[in-house]
Design a protein around this ligand. Structure first.
Ligand SMILES: C[S@@+](CC[C@H](N)C(=O)[O-])C[C@H]1O[C@@H](n2cnc3c(N)ncnc32)[C@H](O)[C@@H]1O
Length: 357
């Protein structure tokens, strides 16, 4: 039994079943045993690979996007360049290298990283040494005031979701409790949720339908949008998810590049859920910000010049390197790989025309 499983069993025995959101929060961010707080999960030797770890081209194209956002902002003397959940720091490093095409952008950019994991903060410091002197924060509310450019890749999918299940007697919240043998088990809570929380059509949904809502994600995007409206700026969100709110279960666990049971070995597996871009866009719009997209990651990267960048990177290289570059393009933008499932969405103020959308 993992240390976290023991802690969870004792907690549930004492207070009763907990929501899926509380379970996910503890699994990912428990200060002592949490998945992100205790390890470098990302990379070949970790549990999963993210787009910046597939190829430098991903971060480079995002760097070009940030330069365009800086230009659209009127080239302020100083701009906060923030990344949410920067992982190993690879995206920011590639972004800053590509951003050198505009020395004014690099001079103006102050790098701020929002990261909960002490282990990953160390990785990020190493990766960015010589490129930037980042300032770390636990929460986006601690970012400094002023014009802002934000990047978040596979950040929102790591935030805790609540799940609701339609039963014979209406909607109920899914909870994590203990079974007869004291093992962690999903169950159904007693209280009926406020239907306004659930996607449209909830009252007509069939028995067995599942709805997921991610309140922290909506709160974070609303708070970001509020800042953008106050100070001017743009945020780019890339993640896997859907463009229209609906019903379906997407909570998943991954360990060593394979799917796992979300309740087995808590703290040892990554837990994620699809991002509801519809709700994120509405939360940003409520604050008065403009939204571009969402578009598929494939379309975004191709519109940003992925094919041209791949051609330039491969020029003069040997056949094996060129094959690797072609494979990376396919993984990032191919419809069977990350190209369709992953989406890109931007939130801006004032309204801007930005490349990729
Ligand atoms: C799936 S990883 C993505 C990493 C990176 N963006 C990439 O593409 O490789 C999620 C990142 O978000 C961080 N994270 C997760 N929950 C967080 C939270 N509530 N606040 C700040 N960072 C968080 C993790 O530690 C990790 O750096």
């Amino acid at each position: 039994m993992t240390g976290l499983e023991d802690k969870l069993r004792r907690l549930i025995a004492a207070v009763g079943p907990i929501s899926v959101a509380d379970y996910m929060s503890l699994v990912l961010s428990d200060p002592e045993h949490g998945y992100y707080t205790t390890r470098t999960a990302i990379g070949l030797e970790g549990d999963f690979i993210t787009a910046p770890e597939i190829s430098q081209m991903f971060g480079e194209l995002i760097g070009i996007w940030c330069v365009a956002a800086y230009e659209a902002l009127g080239r302020p003397r100083q701009v906060t360049l923030a990344e949410l959940g920067p992982g190993r720091g690879t995206l920011m490093a590639d972004l800053l290298r590509a951003g050198r095409v505009d020395p004014g952008f690099i001079r103006a950019a102050e790098v701020h990283l929002v990261e909960i994991s002490p282990e990953l903060r160390r990785r990020q410091a190493n990766c960015l040494s010589g490129l930037a002197s980042p300032v770390w924060h636990d929460r986006i509310d601690d970012l400094p005031d002023g014009p802002l450019i934000v990047v978040a890749n596979e950040f929102f999918d790591a935030l805790p979701i609540r799940q609701f299940v339609r039963g014979q007697r209406g909607w109920r919240e899914r909870v994590v409790g203990l079974d007869d043998q004291d093992n962690l088990a999903f169950g159904i809570g007693a209280a009926a949720p406020d239907l306004a929380l659930l996607p449209l059509g909830a009252s007509e949904a069939p028995v067995g339908a599942v709805a997921e809502i991610n309140r922290p994600a909506e709160a974070i995007i609303a708070s970001l949008a509020h800042r953008l409206v106050q100070f001017g700026g743009a945020a780019l969100v890339l993640d896997y998810g859907h463009v229209k709110s609906g019903f379906g279960e997407t909570l998943q666990a991954v360990r060593a590049h394979h799917y796992a049971d979300p309740l087995s070995e808590p703290g040892e597996c990554d837990l994620t859920a699809h991002v509801d871009f519809d709700r994120l866009a509405r939360a940003a719009g409520t604050e008065g910000a403009s939204v571009l997209g969402p578009v598929t990651q494939g379309n975004f990267l191709l519109a940003m010049g992925l094919a041209e960048r791949a051609g330039a990177l491969g020029a003069g290289r040997n056949a094996e390197d060129q094959q690797n570059i072609v494979a990376a393009v396919d993984r990032l933008a191919g419809p069977e790989e990350m190209g369709t499932l992953f989406k890109a969405m931007a939130v801006t103020h004032p309204p801007m025309e930005l490349p990729g959308f």
